[in-house]
Design a protein around this ligand. Structure first.
Ligand code: 0O2
Length: 216
């Protein structure tokens, strides 16, 4: 479904030209959506500060996917390279990653996000309860948020990844190992990475228990 409503984007069936103003304008919409989401996360943190509660968010990272990565993903998915297909099928053009101190903070943050009534949840993937074959764990949400430009509303998709510091430690290093130049990931390394993910998960659980018992 096409969600962009700005009049000059009426024709979205045409082929993507990443040097075109239309492409830049659409990317601007995604970056504006990202800014709005970052503000919402700031508000969550502001609440914690006011309530003098332990902050469930350690830090936040966000990025806009590069034009080259967008095109690569569309080619991989055998999509015609049109604006319409990009908007409908590429869910992570705008991505935000929320890093929580502990595993137990993740679901608190998810519930907070669900309380914003202008955020529409499109898809949720719980790779914490169901880790990927690689060992990867995180909670993924695809959401739509309204972006106002020229008195028009566009509902823009964002990917939100929520993970603990321990999960982020594993994912960042695994990504480096996987994509290192000339690095073919052999089966043994893959198995070791799965073992590391399990060890890190146990540590995460242990830290949650220690944190709960800190006053005891
Ligand atoms: P980058 O550079 O992080 O953006 P979707 O179409 O989105 O519903 P898809 O594409 O299969 O389905 O998404 P998935 O697997 O739910 O999530 C993709 C993103 O999750 C990746 O983005 C990574 O950020 C992260 N991810 C998924 N699996 C792994 C993994 O095994 N290891 C690590 N380190 N990260 C993973 P990109 O586009 O690959 O990269």
């Amino acid at each position: 479904m096409i969600t962009i409503k700005i009049s000059k984007f009426e024709d979205l069936d045409d082929k993507i030209d990443i040097n075109n103003e239309k492409f830049r304008d659409i990317m601007y919409l995604y970056s504006k959506a990202l800014k709005i989401m970052e503000n919402k996360i700031d508000i969550i943190r502001y609440d914690y500060e006011y309530l003098k509660e332990h902050d469930s968010i350690n830090h936040v990272m966000s990025r806009i996917k590069s034009p080259e990565s967008i095109l690569k993903k569309m080619q991989k998915d055998n999509l015609d390279i049109t604006y319409k297909n990009m908007i409908a099928n590429i869910n992570d053009i705008a991505g935000i990653r929320i890093i929580c101190p502990l595993k137990s903070n993740i679901y608190t943050v998810i519930n907070y996000i669900k309380e914003f009534n202008d955020i529409e949840i499109i898809k949720e993937k719980d790779y914490i309860k169901h880790p990927k074959k690689s060992g990867y764990t995180s909670y993924h949400m695809i959401v739509k948020i309204p972006v106002y430009i020229n008195e028009e509303i566009s509902n823009v998709k964002l990917e939100i990844q929520i993970r603990s510091l321990a999960m982020d430690f594993w994912a960042s290093l695994e990504h480096k190992i996987k994509y290192k130049p000339n690095g073919e990931l052999n089966e043994n390394v893959s198995k070791e990475l799965v073992k590391c993910a399990k060890t890190i998960n146990r540590l995460d659980d242990k830290m949650v228990r220690l944190f709960k018992n800190k006053g005891a």
